[in-house]
Design a protein. Structure first.
Length: 195
């Protein structure tokens, strides 16, 4: 799409240049060309931000659920934990998987509650049941959710409550339907803790 817009801008600039050069006053043509060049620069800088196109996350992400998390700085603690628990390969498999991904802030709150400074203070054996409690087999989009209990990969169930927004246990879904090649990620604001 960016190439198409650039091509249209280039055609517009060429047309305006020819039209302006046919004008009798060269000073006016220089001014008009400068305005077009400034417009082109503003348009190109606007195009750099994909958010200006209102693209859905599913249009942008083609990597696995692990690659989606790894590509977002808000999930750096999650990625560190998944790596330490040796779950990267499993969650990069075909799936599909639905991942309820806690943000860094969610992990920081949990660490404070546990009295630890971070992932480095936890073992893989401690992390694995927590992390697999955030993963459901299958690709469950937000439109597929309903009030129910759903089994996670660690064997325990999470509660889905749609009565006041979307809650997974006591965590709220803050962004949904980030689609990847092997599943979908829903961002949550608290780390889910199994019983």
């Amino acid at each position: 799409m960016k190439t198409t817009v650039k091509t249209l801008v280039a055609a517009f600039v060429l047309t305006l240049s020819v039209t302006t050069l046919n004008a009798s006053e060269s000073e006016k043509s220089s001014f008009a060309l400068a305005e077009v060049a400034e417009y082109k620069l503003n348009l190109e800088s606007w195009m750099v931000d994909a958010a200006n196109f209102n693209l859905k996350a599913s249009d942008v992400n083609s990597g696995s659920v692990v690659e989606i998390a790894a590509g977002n700085p808000d999930f750096s603690i999650l990625v560190e934990a998944v790596t330490k628990a040796n779950l990267v390969e499993a969650l990069s498999a075909d799936g599909p998987f639905t991942v309820f991904a806690p943000t860094n802030e969610a992990f920081k709150s949990l660490f404070k509650e546990l009295g630890v400074s971070g992932v480095k203070d936890l073992t893989a054996d401690q992390l694995t049941p927590i992390l697999t409690y955030h993963v459901v087999s299958g690709k469950v989009m937000s439109t597929d959710l309903k009030n129910s209990s759903v089994a996670t990969l660690n064997g325990q169930k999470i509660k889905v409550d749609l009565s006041n927004g979307v809650k997974i246990n006591d965590s709220s879904v803050v962004k949904a339907d980030i689609t990847g090649s092997n599943g979908v990620v829903h961002v949550i604001d608290k780390v889910l803790i199994p019983n």
